[in-house]
Design a protein around this ligand. Structure first.
Ligand SMILES: [Zn+2]
Length: 289
């Protein structure tokens, strides 16, 4: 009899522990879970959460080739986005023809269900896109060519200025993107920001504030869109501070490139996002078929 009671109590305790502990999926690295999905979720398109902490329901694919664009690195399967982003990329590729390019080579958008993704902090909700700084030569590249060719570096080797690859057409393309009201901000290597600051005429410079200097981004620029209007559950990033942001950009080519401070504390690596760190709807986006 006593043995029976013991068994019953042990089973009860085990079931309580199971109920309060997160499920196995919740505790797993969300990057691994989302990278296994090769198709979008069967929902209406919806960006959920924040650009760097969220997921994407009902994603739409950027057609791999169009009259004025080609998606690059097809094997990564990162050409999915919110329909607003797909429209934006197609329109920007047409705008590229006005600066003398024949279109755009388009890098990573998001995974089929968004979520944390290898190689990026954001790109999680289908509203971020990387656009190559290489003006397209041909727009009939094969998938193998799109996996092998490299983009163009526009930064000098000392990282303090642009190099000879930077052109007026690049500047006009970035300006066209920054002037689009759907665009929240654009990340680009700091020397490009400073070059655009030096070249932009006085007066009409508010759009320059959206061009944000950031690490890397010397072979592509990164466009972040605001949440589509009325999209509840999509968290808008803060607007950029007012002004052209030019004075602040100088730090990037001076102090940021100086010798490291030996007394500075080492930055702690961030732990990977778990499924339970994302908005709760993301579990359904991940599991529904
Ligand atoms: Zn990016």
């Amino acid at each position: 009899m006593i043995r029976h009671w013991c068994a019953a109590i042990t089973a009860l305790i085990a079931s309580v522990i199971l109920a309060i502990s997160p499920s196995a999926a919740d505790a797993q690295d969300a990057k691994a879970l989302f990278s296994r999905k090769s198709t979008p979720s069967p929902h209406d398109p919806y960006s959920i959460g924040r650009h760097a902490q969220g997921c994407l329901a009902g994603a739409v694919a950027l057609p791999e080739s169009g009259p004025t664009w080609q998606a690059m690195r097809l094997s990564r399967n990162h050409y999915w986005g919110n329909p607003e982003m797909i429209r934006f990329v197609e329109e920007l590729s047409r705008a590229a023809t006005k600066v003398g390019w024949n279109g755009l080579y388009v890098g990573d958008l998001s995974q089929p269900r968004g979520g944390p993704v290898q190689g990026h902090a954001s790109h999680q909700i289908g509203l971020d896109a990387d656009i190559w700084l290489l003006p397209p030569g041909r727009l009939n590249l094969t998938p193998a060519e799109r996996d092998s060719i490299s983009s163009l570096n526009v930064r000098s080797s000392d990282q303090r200025s642009v190099n000879g690859n930077w052109t007026r057409a690049h500047a006009r393309l970035l300006e066209a993107a920054a002037r689009d009201p759907r665009v929240n901000r654009i990340f680009i290597t700091p020397p490009v920001k400073l070059k655009m600051c030096a070249d932009a005429p006085a007066g009409d410079r508010a759009w320059l504030g959206k061009i944000r200097p950031w690490w890397g981004h010397n072979t592509h620029f990164h466009v972040r869109l605001n949440c589509p209007k009325g999209a509840k559950g999509c968290v808008n990033p803060d607007p950029v501070p007012p002004g052209d942001g030019c004075a602040d950009a100088v730090w990037w080519v001076t102090d940021a490139l100086g010798p490291p401070d030996p007394k500075a504390p080492k930055p702690k690596p961030k732990p990977p996002l778990r499924l339970s760190d994302l908005p709760p709807q993301c579990a359904q986006v991940l599991s529904d078929e």
